[in-house]
Ligand binder design. Structure first.
Ligand code: PXL
Length: 239
């Protein structure tokens, strides 16, 4: 008997070079045996080395994509990536509030790996105030974590603990943006427990979209019904 795979949904931007954004998410959802749905928040013309231009969709178009999917499919997990502006964050919060039981993973990305910033400071505040309270997990990198708690610290577990307390959510601070031989991600639970996940760093050319891929993998594993710490360990290796 053929069993239907769980359904995962990404709400993120399009990366035409397909290493990041919805393209990365969809490939990851597929690799982890889920059926991926996509709500496009905007379109970015880019390669791993440069962002040429970008445009967010109108809020109503984001809302319509989301509501027709949520009214039709049984979605088992959601991830958000680049949301471009505060208006889209506000629309999304309104649309997701009626669905509190679907686990939500938030990648609070505001800039491309090549350095271009897509968002302003009100964006991060809107995410923190309104979207984070709906999250099962948020996954900032080092600089996003520093911005979230207004700190220059590079101590990942101190940052994770502070953000978990500030926002009352589970948080995984990613250690990819350090020079260590091992990349260590630090999980702080909303109850204050700390857990570290360490893997040898993979060197290679032109990586971008690693954060998109990780948060999509976590959402896919949550869709399979696994508990969070098992999910995070599993999301860092292929099946
Ligand atoms: O790598 C982060 C990222 C996420 N989402 C979109 C992007 C990028 C990088 O540029 O374009 C749509």
């Amino acid at each position: 008997l053929l069993k239907s795979p769980p359904i995962t949904l990404t709400i993120a931007g399009s990366d035409c070079s397909a290493g990041a954004g919805v393209q990365a998410d969809l490939k990851t959802f597929q690799a982890l045996q889920t059926y991926g749905l996509t709500v496009i928040s905007g379109v970015v013309a880019e390669t791993p080395n440069e962002v040429v231009s970008w445009k967010a969709v109108p809020a109503i178009l984001l809302e319509d994509q989301l509501s027709c999917l949520l009214n039709t499919y049984h979605v088992s997990a959601i991830k958000t990536g680049l949301l471009f502006n505060t208006e889209l964050v506000t629309s999304l919060v309104k649309a997701l509030k009626p669905h509190p039981t679907i686990p939500l993973v938030i990648d609070p990305i505001g800039a491309a790996s090549s350095g271009t910033r897509f968002t302003d400071s009100s964006y991060l505040k809107a995410m923190g105030d309104h979207l984070f309270p709906l999250a099962a997990l948020i996954t900032p990198n080092l600089s996003e974590a520093q911005a979230l708690c207004n700190s220059g610290s590079t101590d990942l577990s101190a940052l994770a603990t502070e953000i978990a307390q500030l926002y009352g959510t589970n948080i995984l601070v990613k250690g990819g943006h350090t020079d260590d031989e091992y990349a260590t991600d630090t999980l702080a639970s909303n109850k204050g427990a700390i857990q570290e996940f360490s893997l040898p760093r993979i060197n290679g050319p032109d990586f971008h979209g690693t954060g998109c891929t990780l948060s999509a993998a976590i959402a896919a594993q949550l869709a399979h019904g696994k508990p969070l710490s098992v999910v995070i360990r599993g999301a860092t290796s292929m099946p």
